[in-house]
Structures are given as C-alpha cells and as structure tokens.
Design a protein around this ligand. Structure first.
Ligand code: PLP
Length: 364
C-alpha cells in the first residue's frame, strides 16, 4: 500500500485485540484444539440453546434468499418479550455495530463523547475512528462514577456511554444512582446504556421504562444475543429506544445487516427460558467457586455481577502467556491500563477447576 494514502487519523489507530480463537492458539503452540479451553470472550459456557440450533438448521434451507431486512418476526418477538412496540427496536449485527450506528448518526469530527476510563474499550476506539474526542472519566472503586460523568457532559457532548454491568471490571452501578443520572443528562446528549450482561443481574434496572413510559427520546438501551443466550458467532443484538431514534439509526444501517440464520436463532433463543435459567445458575455457581479459590490463594479480585471476573496476578501479560501454553486462554488487560490483571470468563465447572489448577501452577 502506498504511504499516506489512508486518512491520517486511521493511520494512527490500533486495531481491537479480541480474545484469541482456539484454532489460532492451537496452530501457534502446536496443541490439539480439543485440549484448549477459551475463557477469553465472555461467551456462554453451555453453548447455544438447542432450540436456537434447531431453528437455525431450518433457516439454512432458505439461505439463498436475502434476509428480512426489517427483521419483522425478531422485532415482534423482542417487543412482546420486553413490553415495548416493534418501532422501539433496532436490530444490529452484534451490539458493537449499534455503537457504530450511533457515531454515524450523531457524532461529527471534533465533537465529544463521554465514557469511563475502564469502560468497554470499543467506545473510545469508535470515537477515534470518527475523529471525535473521548472524554474518559476515572472509575471509582472499579465502577462508573456517574456523578463525575454527568459533570463531564457539556454542550458539545453527543453521547455518554455507560456499560452496566461493565466489561472488563464486572461491576455495576446501583439502580437509584442510575435513575438519578438518567433524570439529569441534558437532552442534547444521547445516553447509550450498554446492557450486554443485563440478564445476569439479580436486581436489574428498568431503563426501558424511561423510553416507553417517560417517553425520553435520547436514551438507547443496547443488548446482545452474544452473552446470555450464547450466539456470539451469529452476530446479533438490538437497541431499544424512541421510534424517532430508531428511524434515524435505520438511515445508517445497511439493509441486510442481520442475516437470516441469526434472526432465526435469536428469535428461538428468546423462547428458551430454561436455557437462560441454566446459564444463570451455572454462572452463579462458577462465580462463587472462583471467588472462593481466589480468596484461598490470597489473590485480589473484583467481585463481579457478570459472567467474567478480573484477578490481579502481577504481570498480566506473562500470566496470560503461561496459561495459554497450558491450553487456557484468558484475557490480558494492559489495553485497559490494568497491566497487573487478567480477566477470565466463567466456564463450566470442569473448566473453572482446570483454570484454577493452571493458575496455581503458573503463579508458583
Ligand atoms: C460483549 C460486549 C458487547 C457486544 O458484543 P456483540 O457481540 O457485538 O453484541 C457490548 N458491550 C459490552 C460491554 C460487551 O462486553
């Protein structure tokens, strides 16, 4: 590629480093793929719902046809599930795509967004792509500081992002604090509430009430089928917001952004309450086990309400490498300015035990 042909702000971007796929690690370290466990991307340890798999098999027969670009059945199913109208819902190829829609529709070069300094990193990566300025507000106690974030919002702030629970810290804000924040953010600022792990919460907030009952037009709740229902490979998520915002976001959405297999799988997984309940139970059991082991090992960790947990191990990169050689993939957190930490996804109980054994061996 000739030099200086890309836009200058793109030249200086770093690309996002995802959790490493099993096959890639197997090739690199000459391990058998079946000997590797991936606890690096907060995927569902139980796999997808069997009902979703069956629905996706059926959908394969019509894979030669373009998908329903309007996502009629999935939006209708979600509307019923959430108690909103279909016109309150926008579908996306994973909620990461929705974050991009928000920038396309609302953020011009030089404008500002506000996010936490330990929040999900995609917000500030997107800001860099769109030449916007990300104002990073320091976390307090590993948690979003909503009062400080509100204070950081000004006349130029186009979007404020709150991941609740947050990735990678696994922390949440309490409901009263969240509601106070939602009540106060000025209406020229979009409030993007990222609820990727919402379904793991015991006492979840009801932000959708602000959209349907209070009719606040500038709040969008972002959810995904990647985590609780185990369809990360399909790339499907959704936003709940005012019909006006749905209409604006639809203008920047590619017509067939969510494929037909994903639509079928997502709809079927909504109906599989048992799979969701099993996932929550397994996660609670795993969090309790891991927390107990970390305490016994005298390792500092951040108590989590999601399906992953951060542990302070010393040299995060070195521990990540050593675990990987033992066939356990976790996530180093230097990109979050947490170089002493790694993040591990809660797995099945055998996977959790194997992770603890490997961690003990590595730290010795
Ligand atoms: C995983 C995750 C997402 C979105 O994932 P998609 O697969 O793109 O739906 C969004 N926000 C947070 C905080 C996440 O951890």
């Amino acid at each position: 590629m000739p030099r200086n042909i890309a836009l200058p702000h793109i030249e200086s971007l770093a690309s996002y480093e995802p959790g490493r796929p099993i096959e890639e690690v197997a090739r690199e370290l000459k391990l058998r793929p079946s000997s590797i466990i991936k606890l690096a991307s907060n995927e569902n340890a139980l796999g997808p719902s069997p009902k979703a798999v069956a629905a996706m098999r059926r959908a394969l027969a019509t894979a030669h046809l373009y998908p329903d670009g309007g996502g009629y059945y999935l939006r209708k199913g979600l509307a019923k599930h959430l108690g909103v109208g279909p016109d309150n819902i926008i579908l996306c190829a994973g909620s990461n795509e929705l974050i991009e829609f928000l920038f396309h529709a609302f953020v011009a070069p030089g404008e500002e967004i506000v996010c936490g300094d330990r929040a999900f990193v995609i917000y500030k990566l997107c800001a860099a792509t769109f030449q916007a300025h990300a104002v990073e507000v320091p976390f307090r106690n590993h948690t979003h500081d909503l009062d400080a974030m509100l204070a950081a919002c000004n006349g130029r702030t186009k979007i404020v992002f709150v991941a609740n629970p947050n990735n990678p810290t696994g922390t949440r804000v309490d409901n009263a604090t969240l509601y106070r924040f939602l009540d106060r953010v000025p209406n020229h600022t979009i409030i993007a509430l990222d609820e990727a792990y919402f379904e793991f919460l015991n006492d979840p907030p009801d932000a959708i009430r602000y959209i349907t009952v209070k009719r606040v037009p500038n709040i969008i709740v972002m959810r995904t089928f990647s985590k609780i229902v185990g369809l990360a490979g399909l790339r499907v998520g959704y936003g709940v917001t005012s019909p006006e915002m749905v209409d604006l976001l639809n203008r920047v959405r590619q017509p067939f952004n969510v494929n037909s297999i994903a639509q079928a799988g997502a709809l079927a997984s909504l109906g599989d309450r048992a799979h969701i309940a099993r996932t929550r139970r397994l996660n609670k059991q795993g969090l309790a086990y891991l927390g107990g082991e970390f305490r016994k090992m005298k390792l500092e960790f951040i108590p989590s309400v999601a399906n992953f947990i951060c542990i302070r191990v010393g040299d995060g990169r070195a521990v990540f490498d050593a675990l990987q050689r033992r066939g356990v993939i976790v996530r180093p957190l230097a990109g979050y300015k947490m170089p002493e930490w790694v993040r591990v996804t809660v797995g099945t109980m055998p996977e959790n035990r194997r992770f603890i054994r490997a961690l003990k061996a590595v730290l010795e």
